[in-house]
Design a protein around this ligand. Structure first.
Ligand code: FE2
Length: 493
């Protein structure tokens, strides 16, 4: 198990542990870093032992002349369970820079999804995109320059909304850091690993893993595998949390202990650095003569973290019928409506499908959520159009969808044995209660295509003649009953 591809063929992370015949390990073999485990903990880490102050956070003098700097991510008086902050002990505080300058607009990004913005579009039908092109060898595009926005809802200045992006990059960020002042990034690499330097320490994230970097946290991305592509879910006014487990109890889905947060690591590089800020969807930069990754020690619960999707504990029906897809939720970001999430991040990964007497493909459906899907690797059989790794499929709320007639017929007529499904594949979904609008970039992309509606046009009614006869009988009974003074609701064939 040495490469990213090795992990793409496993049914679950548990396979890598060889039934205890080898020493257990919690990260992939090619991950060069160590981490702390847990979700929502108060973590602490120090690169030089004896640096972190205890009993107080803001001493008159910090060891080695370090500066104490607090990041407060919530209202100061947010209830204790929601209150998020971190104390960083660093060579120089983040304010040590030479001022801000405007950057040219990245025309491929968008942040205002309100219909009053002429650069967004609304679609009543299903849309899909073939895999987006990686940059050509002749141009150098890093993670920041390679950001492209697909769709979203709301506006970051309102602290309420969501954006979905892809990134297509071929170059590491060189003496360049990024800070998203608008919201939190959930990054899903699809091709190529990301070696991410953060103020809290390094994270190595490969296809099959995800990373969350929260609002205001600075980071820099190296591309150790060369050209890289992936998906990003950005939320405004909310942070990602684990979904409630309800009747499942204390365990299952993404378990808390499988989330990994970095260990402190600092560098002193006294050269020019550019720090790029995204604020209100616009880009700014400040210049400083020292590395922003100079945090020697830190403590807090407002931290970046990563998660290996092969560790997800799938649950499902063990009798009949499908359970609603909320069982596939890895992380959720609440909205101001307590009954509907702002964003759910779902995965469809290898699992057993054992329900009896049950139609196996996704049932035909219309629902209130916007669904934007991506495919990290493998094949995903639930889509109704060509769907490839690196591509995207989208339905806005209440757009009807389901499989083609031949697939319906096959699934209805056969009684398949209990089987593994989604083997060697992980598909993802960004799902939201918000109505998405589509950006100019995505709307005009040559990769975009609409699902061909004729693929459902041949959905035949197999017992149409019988139903026609029953309809005649129904009408005769209905009319007769109505004439006797009964309400129509009492007349059922
Ligand atoms: Fe759907």
């Amino acid at each position: 198990m040495a490469t990213t591809e090795d992990y793409q063929s496993i049914f679950h992370w548990a396979e890598t542990q060889k039934d205890g015949d080898i020493p257990s390990f919690k990260t992939r073999k090619n991950d060069p870093y160590t981490y702390q485990s847990g979700f929502g903990n108060t973590f602490e880490s120090e690169a030089i032992p004896g640096t972190l102050p205890y009993g107080q956070s803001n001493p008159r003098k910090v060891r080695f002349g370090l500066y104490a700097e607090q990041m407060t991510a919530t209202a100061f008086v947010a209830p204790r369970a929601h209150n998020k902050n971190a104390y960083l002990y660093r060579v120089r505080p983040a304010v040590a820079h030479q001022g801000f300058t405007d950057m040219p607009d990245n025309k491929d990004t968008e942040s205002c999804f309100l219909p009053l913005n002429p650069k967004i579009h609304v679609s009543p039908t299903q849309l899909a995109w073939l895999p987006f092109e990686l940059p050509k060898d002749t141009e150098k595009v890093d993670f920041i320059d390679g950001l492209k926005t697909l769709a979203g809802s709301g506006d970051p200045t309102l602290r309420d909304g969501i954006a979905t992006h892809v990134y297509c990059a071929n170059t590491s960020m060189n003496k360049r850091a990024f800070v998203n002042s608008d919201g939190d990034f959930l990054i899903v690499p699809q091709q190529g690993a990301l070696d991410i330097q953060t103020e809290f320490g390094p994270l190595y994230v490969q296809p099959g893993e995800i990373v969350v970097i929260q609002r205001g946290q600075r980071f820099r991305i190296d591309l150790p595998d060369g050209p890289s592509r992936g998906y990003i879910l950005e939320v405004w006014g909310s942070n990602f949390d684990l979904p409630e487990l309800g009747p499942l109890g204390a365990n299952g889905l993404a378990n808390k202990r499988d989330f990994l947060t970095p260990m402190a690591a600092f560098e002193i590089i006294e050269e020019q650095w550019n720090v790029v800020y995204k604020l209100g969807g616009k880009f700014f930069q400040s210049v400083q003569q020292h590395s922003p990754f100079d945090v020697v020690a830190w403590h807090g619960n407002y931290v970046p973290y990563k998660y290996d999707l092969t560790k997800f504990v799938n649950v499902g029906s063990i009798s009949v019928d499908h359970i609603d897809p909320s069982i596939f939720c890895v992380l959720t970001a609440p909205s101001r409506d307590p009954t509907a999430p702002l964003a759910d991040f779902l995965i469809f990964s290898p699992r057993w499908d054992v329900a009896s007497q049950t139609y196996r493909p996704p049932y035909y459906h219309r629902n209130s959520a916007s669904e934007l899907m991506g495919l990290i690797y493998g094949n995903y059989g639930g889509r109704s159009d060509s769907f490839q790794p690196g591509g995207v499929s989208f339905e806005s709320g209440f757009v009807p969808h389901g499989v083609s007639y031949p697939e319906w017929k096959k699934a209805s007529e056969t009684a398949p044995p209990e089987m593994k499904i989604s083997e060697g594949a992980i598909a993802i979904m960004f799902e939201s209660c918000r109505a998405f609008t589509i950006t100019d970039w995505a709307w005009n992309s040559e990769k975009k295509h609409e699902h061909d509606p004729t693929m459902w046009d041949d959905l035949v009614a197999p017992q149409l003649e019988l139903l026609k006869k029953l309809q005649v009988e129904h009408k005769r009974k209905y009319v007769g009953t109505a004439r006797k003074g009964l309400g129509s609701g009492e007349c059922v064939v």
